[in-house]
Each structure stands twice: as C-alpha cells, then as structure tokens.
Design a protein around this ligand. Sequence first.
Ligand SMILES: [Zn+2]
Length: 101
Amino acid sequence: MEEEELRNLQFECRRCWHVWDEEYLVRQGDDGRGHQREMWLHDGVHVAPPATAATCPACGSAQVTTFPEGYLDRHPEARRIGEPAVPDESRLLSPVPKHLI
Ligand SMILES: [Zn+2]
C-alpha cells in the first residue's frame, strides 16, 4: 500500500546561513521485498532525499542542514540569521588590559 504525504522542509546553509523552504511529496511504499522505502518528489520529479542532496540556492554549497518540520514557525528569529550581523565595535576598544595601563 502506498501513502503520499506533502512535506514542507526547511533548510539552512551552513556556509552563508541562507534559510529557505521547499515542498516535497513523499511517497511511502513497499520495495517489493518487504522493505519500507521513501520516494521523494519535487515538482513531480523524483529526487534524492533532500537531507542528503540539498544544495544552497544562494551560494551552491552542499553544506546544508534541515530543520525539524515546523521549526521555523516556532522560531521565526532563525530566518534572520542570514542578515548581516551588526559589527561588534566593543572589541576594538582598549585591547590592553586595564591593569597594564
Ligand atoms: Zn549558501
């Protein structure tokens, strides 16, 4: 028996911290030898499981992780990781420990 499930996967690039999501159709089925298998379709095309084969659309890196489903809905702040960080200027001040002055 086959089951189909729509899964919205959320990705994060470990190189440029780009965050995005994509929708996949996952077809659960029997491989004919009694083993459960998952087939992944994206836009109707068979693809490798995205957790192992995803690449970043921003920089092309394959260093990509997936979030647990729904993670970004509970942690909207994670989407902001890709924005430029505010430079930390405090580190530029007083490089010499005060007790040496
Ligand atoms: Zn990237």
